[in-house]
Design a protein around this ligand. Structure first.
Ligand SMILES: [Zn+2]
Length: 244
């Protein structure tokens, strides 16, 4: 895809590989296979195997503390820096990464970063200019602290007993599709899934576990709580006006 050099796939079976957290492995593997331009990993300290991965997988690994690595706990003002590795497939992407680091303006930064992470343009647009206010009733939005289209559509489907595409079990932790029916995301996720299935089952299973724990379970609980309050999916419709 990016004029890539084929990675040495024996790496994926090595004991070095197994010391990497499976979600980090999913990121590194997709970059090495040339289907994701760039990725961040932050569960594993890659220091001791960095050279090995660079040489065998033909990737670039750089340690950086970007904007996204400062976690701010609610209760106090302390910040904890997290070690983040940035993985890029080619020198060209690495150059673009340096352009990213000097990009000013939150929206431009997010859009560029999303592009480097391989996310579709429609999803990046929705992320930086959300449209949920135009799509859903103001009353329903009051029930959410941080609403966004994908989550609201996901919850509507759950409440209506409709199925959720299984591809969303394989979303990357930082990935937010523009809509539950985003064709580009579904295609991309299917591609990533096939590659992980082929080379690293455990990494794929970890992604699935992550999504089930952090999205599916959470959204199911919200859908149930709303139902308990007597909310139905007609209350989500833009024209709905709450009257007692
Ligand atoms: Zn999209």
């Amino acid at each position: 895809m990016f004029g890539i050099r084929t990675p040495n796939r024996a790496v994926y079976k090595s004991s070095y590989w197994k010391i990497i957290d499976p979600i980090d492995r999913a990121h590194v593997l997709l970059v090495a296979e040339g289907v994701k331009p760039m990725a961040y990993t932050n569960f594993t300290n890659l220091g001791s195997i960095q050279e090995y991965l660079i040489n065998e997988l033909h990737i670039i690994i750089t340690e950086a503390r970007g904007r996204t690595v400062w976690l701010s706990p609610k209760r106090n003002s302390l910040h904890f820096p997290v070690r983040v590795y940035t993985i890029a497939k080619s020198p060209k992407i690495f150059t673009q990464l340096q352009v990213l680091w000097s990009t000013r303006g939150k929206k431009r930064y997010q859009d560029f970063e999303g592009r480097l992470l391989g996310y579709p343009v429609c999803c990046r647009k929705e992320y930086s200019n959300p449209t949920y206010r135009k799509k859903f009733s103001p009353w329903i939005l009051l029930n959410f602290r941080k609403p966004f289209t994908f989550m609201l559509e996901y919850i509507i489907r759950l409440m209506d007993g409709e199925s959720i595409p299984s591809e969303y079990n394989y979303l990357m932790p930082s990935q937010t599709p523009c809509s539950i029916s985003c064709k580009k995301s579904l295609k991309l996720l299917d591609r990533w899934k096939r590659i992980l299935q082929k080379y690293d089952h455990e990494a794929l299973a970890s992604l699935q576990e992550y999504n089930q724990h952090c999205k599916e379970k959470k959204y199911k609980a919200i859908a149930q709580a709303l139902k308990k309050k007597g909310v139905t999916t007609k209350h989500f419709k833009k024209g709905f006006i709450f009257t007692k």
